[in-house]
Structures are given as structure tokens and as C-alpha cells.
Design a protein around this ligand. Sequence first.
Ligand SMILES: Nc1ncnc2c1ncn2[C@@H]1O[C@H](COP(=O)(O)OP(=O)(O)OP(=O)(O)O)[C@@H](O)[C@H]1O
Length: 238
Amino acid sequence: MTTTSTRHGAASDAAGTGGLRLLDVSLTLGDGEAAVTALDHVALDVTPGEFVAVVGPSGSGKSSLLAVAGGLQRPTSGQVHLAGTELTALSDKERTAARRRHIGFVFQQSNLLASLTVREQLLLPLHIDGRLDAAARARAEELLEAVGLSHRRGHRPHQLSGGERQRAGLARALMTSPAVLLVDEPTSALDRVRSAEAVRLIAEQTHAHGTATVMVTHDTAIMDAADRVHEMVDGRLS
Ligand SMILES: Nc1ncnc2c1ncn2[C@@H]1O[C@H](COP(=O)(O)OP(=O)(O)OP(=O)(O)O)[C@@H](O)[C@H]1O
């Protein structure tokens, strides 16, 4: 792990090779006197197979960074390139399609569907895409094993602990081996051992599948697994 400044114009071009690139991205939230600069001229390149952690105090703009990088929120200015496509140049409909195709999100709240079992949550995105085959089922079993939920595969969200729900959300995001993985405090409901395991799994999958991964966290203990650590302060990334 190294702490570095943002690499503007680095030799590897994340935009050209399918990673994630933010170019001079700013985001203002609210109006008039209540306006807040959530992101202030942020530049970030994450190449395929690279695991970047972003740390910073509460309110520094970490969630805003993920929302803009993942196309959930349009920046006020600047560009976001994702898997070779300029996300900021797309219509809302195209942006939603690009997000579904290329991005995996892991939110603090796992956003699991109440009526589905853990195993079904993992299989659903592939079912929707018509890609639910034997390999997908085998990958689901592998990931359930990796997050320690094999014995809970038939449980529904209300039958799980907060930590188990969080691990199910992580396994679901990894199911499609997305080009870009955006992770918000993946370990807030996990104990130290489970946190280390979850972050190790994210690192391993990032490297194995050539994913460009950004993880925001308060937890300095889990940063060691990242290839690079950036700090966010008042909307600026360094
Ligand atoms: N809808 C909004 N209108 C105005 N300001 C907002 C809005 N949403 C967030 N903010 C402000 O934008 C800044 C960045 O918020 P953001 O949620 O990105 O920070 P964060 O680093 O993720 O915080 P935390 O670690 O507490 O989740 C904060 O100062 C926040 O108060």
C-alpha cells in the first residue's frame, strides 16, 4: 500500500482501457447560502485490476464521489469516463444502462430484496440478463462460501444479522464481475475478523477479474489491502 497524490495524465489511461477516470469533477449541492461544494475539482484514475481506498472525515465528500463515479449523480462540471465510455455525455436512460452493465455497488445498507433468499439475491441480476447458467450458479456458491454465508443461502434478509446482510450485498455485487466496483464502508456492521476477510475478498476479486475498485472508508485498519490510498478533505482529493 502507498499513499499518493492523484495521478493526472498517468501513463496508463483508465478511460482508454476500461477503468474509471474522473477529470476535474466538481459537485455543488443545495442552493444559495445553503450551497455546499461536495466535490472540488477532483481528478482520479483507477485502472483495471487496481484497488483504491479513499479515506476522509465525515462530510468530506466520499459518498458524493461514489455517487458521481457510479452515474447516480451528475457532476456540476467535469467528466466521468467508465469502461471506455464518457458517462457524463450520456442521456439519463443510457447512463442507467451503462451503470447496470458495468458497475457493482456495495452500499452500507445492503439494499437486499425482502422476498428473496440470499442465493436468489445473487442470481437475480444474471436471471434478468438471461445469463443464469451452470457457471453462474457455481460462482454464486463460491461467493457464498467466500463470505461465509453458505449455511444461510436459503435465508431471507429479515432472518439475517446486519453483518450477514452486508456480506450478502458484497457477494451480490461481485456476482457479475463488474468493470468498476464502488464500495461504501463495506465493514461498518462487521467485526474485525470479518472486516479483514471482506476487504481481502474485494482485493482478491479486483485483481483476479481486472476490476477498477474504489472503496471509501473511515477504517484505517482495512486500508492495508488497497493498492493506493487517497485522502478526501472538504471535497478535495489528495
Ligand atoms: N442534498 C444536499 N444538499 C446540500 N448539501 C449536501 C447534500 N448532501 C450532502 N451535502 C453536503 O455535502 C458534503 C459531502 O457529503 P458526503 O455525504 O459526500 O460526505 P461523506 O464524506 O460521505 O460523509 P460521511 O462519511 O458522513 O458519510 C457534506 O458537507 C454534506 O453536508
